[in-house]
Design a protein around this ligand. Structure first.
Ligand SMILES: *[C@@H]1O[C@H](CO)[C@@H](O)[C@H](O)[C@H]1NC(C)=O
Ligand SMILES: *[C@@H]1O[C@H](CO)[C@@H](O)[C@H](O)[C@H]1NC(C)=O
Length: 280
C-alpha cells in the first residue's frame, strides 16, 4: 500500500539522488507520463516513444515515476505528484544537459500532468496550483509536448487535434501561456466520445490515439527535433538560463483556499469524480 501523503523531505531526497545520476542523451530525451492505472513504465505511449527512438539515434525513453493512481493516493494528489516530479525531472535534465533536447508525452492522467507542467495548473477547481516551467527553459530544450485524452482538455485550445469539440472532465481555466507560447510545439489529441477529455460515453475512443495518430505524431516530433537541432547548431549555445529554484512554486496544498484535500475532493468535483470512478 502506498502511503497517501509522501513526506516532502522524502520526495526531495529522491529527486536529488536521481539528478546526480542523469545520463544526457545525444539524441532525444523523451519523458513519458502514463495514464491512470497503467502499471509502472511508459504505458501505451511507450511504443510510440520507442518508434521515435528508432529514428533519432541515442535517444532515451524516461517513464515518469509517479503514482498514476485514482484512489490510493487520490487522483488529485497523484496528479500533483506527477506535475512536481515532471517539472523537477525536466529542470534537472536541462541543468545537467544544457544542450539536451526533450520531448514530453502524457496519456490520460499523464496528459493532465504534462499540461500542468507546461501550462501551469490553470485554475482547475480542486487541484493544487503550480506555476508552469519557465518559458526560457522550454524554448531552449523542449521540441514537442504531446498529450492524449487529457481530462483537462478545453474545446477551444489552438493546439488541439482530433474531433472533440467539448471540454474534458476537469477543464483547464487558463490556457493563455500554452496558447501564446507553445502552439507550435504542443498537440493535445482528443476525439469525440472520449470519456475523459470529451465527457463522452464511448469507452473505446480513449484507447485508440496511438493507433490512430501515432505515425503523424512520430513525424511531428522528429521534424521538431530536426528543426531545433538546425537552430541550435546555427547559433552559439550555452546561455545559462533556467535555475532549478526559479522553475516553479508550489502553494503546497489545495487550490480551494484552505479546504483539506479530502474535503475538497468530496465537495468540488463530485460529478467528475463519480464519472471517473464508474469508469475505472
Ligand atoms: C492566465 O495565465 C496568464 C499567463 O500565465 C496570466 O498572465 C493571466 O493573468 C492568467 N489569467 C487569469 C484570468 O488568471
Ligand atoms: C509568450 O507569448 C506572449 C504572447 O505572444 C508574448 O508576449 C511573450 O513574450 C511570450 N513569452 C516569451 C517568454 O516568449
Amino acid at each position: 500500500m502506498r502511503p497517501s501523503a509522501l513526506p516532502t523531505a522524502m520526495l526531495l531526497v529522491g529527486t536529488l539522488a536521481k539528478s546526480s545520476s542523469i545520463t544526457c542523451a545525444d539524441g532525444l530525451y523523451m519523458v513519458v507520463a502514463r495514464g491512470t492505472g497503467e502499471k509502472d513504465g511508459s504505458g501505451v505511449t511507450g511504443s510510440l516513444a520507442e518508434d521515435i527512438a528508432d529514428r533519432i539515434e541515442n535517444s532515451i525513453v524516461e517513464p515518469l515515476d509517479y503514482p498514476a493512481a485514482f484512489s490510493d493516493p487520490n487522483y488529485m494528489r497523484s496528479e500533483r505528484d506527477g506535475v512536481e516530479t515532471m517539472q523537477n525531472l525536466i529542470t534537472s535534465y536541462h541543468k545537467a544537459c544544457p544542450d539536451g533536447k526533450i520531448a514530453v508525452f502524457g496519456y490520460s492522467q499523464g496528459g493532465q500532468v504534462a499540461s500542468d507542467a507546461f501550462c501551469g495548473s490553470g485554475g482547475i477547481i480542486g487541484f493544487s496550483q503550480r506555476a508552469a516551467l519557465p518559458i526560457s527553459l522550454v524554448e531552449d530544450s523542449v521540441v514537442a509536448i504531446i498529450v492524449f485524452g487529457d481530462p483537462s482538455h478545453v474545446a477551444e485550445a489552438p493546439y488541439n487535434r482530433g474531433t472533440s469539440q467539448k471540454n474534458g472532465v476537469f477543464p483547464r481555466q487558463n490556457i493563455t501561456l500554452c496558447e501564446d507560447n507553445y502552439t507550435g510545439i504542443m498537440r493535445s489529441y482528443c476525439d469525440t466520445g472520449d470519456t475523459f477529455c470529451d465527457l463522452g460515453d464511448d469507452g473505446e475512443v480513449h484507447r485508440l490515439y496511438i493507433s490512430n495518430y501515432g505515425d503523424d505524431i512520430a513525424n511531428f516530433v522528429v521534424d521538431k527535433y530536426d528543426d531545433m537541432m538546425r537552430k541550435t547548431t546555427a547559433t552559439a549555445s550555452g546561455t545559462a538560463s533556467a535555475s532549478a529554484s526559479a522553475s516553479a512554486t508550489d502553494d503546497s496544498d489545495n487550490a480551494a483556499a484552505g479546504l483539506a484535500p479530502g474535503l475538497a475532493l468530496a465537495t468540488i468535483a463530485p460529478f467528475a469524480l463519480t464519472i471517473l470512478g464508474l469508469l475505472l
